[in-house]
Design a protein around this ligand. Structure first.
Ligand code: NCD
Ligand code: ZN
Ligand code: ZN
Length: 347
């Protein structure tokens, strides 16, 4: 028995495509998405409008001719960001948003913000010009337990910034806790992305029965009650929540290491996994809102015109377990259950 579901083409509101050989290796795996917000944490980071335009051109050059993904660029906010350059890049359509990494919070975040007062003029200019701010929501205070860093960020940074900068449109990226869900639900004019993997794994998947580096990402997956809160938020139909896969490829050598880096590579099988998750929760009719409607509404963009079709079959959809990237390999996220939903594109 097959079952089909046709939805507007989805968008990915948080994606790492990297650069060079890795970009060439991973770009086509986001083929089902219409648009993607491209994260700027390259080495060195994308900090000016000119760098964002050049990076966008490298992405477009790396995409095969039959992939229509449109990259929406972001700038990496530093304490030295020039508000005039940022506002001009937004007005010219080069960037769609700006990304804030607390310094040291995650992969390639050394140039991030240490002193939030120093970026106050930039945030005010962004509020004025309507440029959304995407935040990696974790404090970096070494005295705060890593499982509490998102909750501490809400109290110490996110809420104070929102109060101090009325009109600033904020996306709390890759929320991982019930605290994140509750905060977003208490606010207006704010969005939150939820990743595919945080709907599937909790911290036991990383740590019980052996350490599994391919499930390690930041913010780190929390306990099961938090995963269930994310599932409820994503499948609720509440338009403040939308998909940002945070697909973040790293060479296997860098993950399977004494100090393995953070990030799950979910681009290849994300839509199959999400269909499975929403199906399991009896919420298939709300999948389109999460993947294809709520994000554009927040970013004040029209939804994609075209569609993809998801088909549930008896035989699972097959995805590679690893992909080659130059001389390296990258492990594809393993959801741990068969993926009965196949993506048919074009619909
Ligand atoms: N999510 C991750 O674990 N890693 C991301 C960075 C990020 O989004 O924080 C990466 O760039 O590898
Ligand atoms: Zn992040
Ligand atoms: Zn990310």
């Amino acid at each position: 028995m097959t079952q089909t579901l046709t939805i507007r083409r989805p968008d990915d509101w948080h994606l790492h495509l990297r650069d060079g050989e890795m970009l060439a290796a991973v770009a086509s795996y986001s083929r089902h998405f219409g648009r993607a917000i491209i994260m700027p944490n390259l080495v060195p980071p994308v900090v000016t409008g000119a760098q964002a335009a050049a990076y966008r051109d490298r992405i477009l050059a790396a995409l095969p001719a039959d992939v229509t993904l449109r990259p929406l660029m972001t700038l990496y906010l530093t304490e030295g960001t020039d508000p005039a350059d940022l506002v001009a890049a937004h007005a010219a359509g080069i960037i769609t948003a700006v990304k804030l990494y607390p310094a040291g919070a995650t992969t390639n975040s050394a140039s991030g913000v240490r002193d939030f007062d120093k970026v106050r003029p930039v945030l005010e200019a962004m509020a004025e010009a309507g440029v959304p701010l995407c935040m990696h929501g974790e404090v970096t205070d070494p005295t705060v337990d890593i499982f509490d860093r998102e909750a501490a960020f809400i109290e110490r940074v996110l809420d104070p910034v929102r109060r101090a900068t009325p009109g600033l449109r904020v996306v709390m990226e890759h929320i991982t806790t019930a605290d994140g869900v509750d905060y977003v639900m208490s606010q207006r004019d704010m969005g939150a992305t939820i990743t595919t993997h945080h709907l599937v794994i909790n911290r036991n998947h990383i740590l019980a029965g052996g350490i599994r580096p391919h499930y390690y990402c930041l913010p780190v997956a929390k306990r099961e009650t938090h995963r269930l809160a994310l599932r409820r938020a994503a499948t609720s139909g509440d338009d403040r929540f939308f998909l940002g896969t945070d697909s973040a490829p790293h060479p296997d050598k860098a993950k399977e290491s004494a100090c393995g880096c953070a990030g799950c590579f979910t681009a290849p099988n994300t839509m199959s996994i999400l269909a499975q998750v929403f199906d399991e929760d009896g919420a298939l009719e709300r999948l389109e809102g999460f993947t294809s409607l709520n994000g554009p509404a927040f970013y004040r963009l029209p939804p994609n015109e075209d569609h993809i079709r998801l088909v549930k079959r008896d035989a699972p959809a097959l995805y590679p377990t690893h992909i080659p990237a130059g001389a390296e390999t990258v492990t594809v996220f393993d959801p741990g259950f068969p993926l009965l939903w196949h993506v048919e594109d074009p619909a």
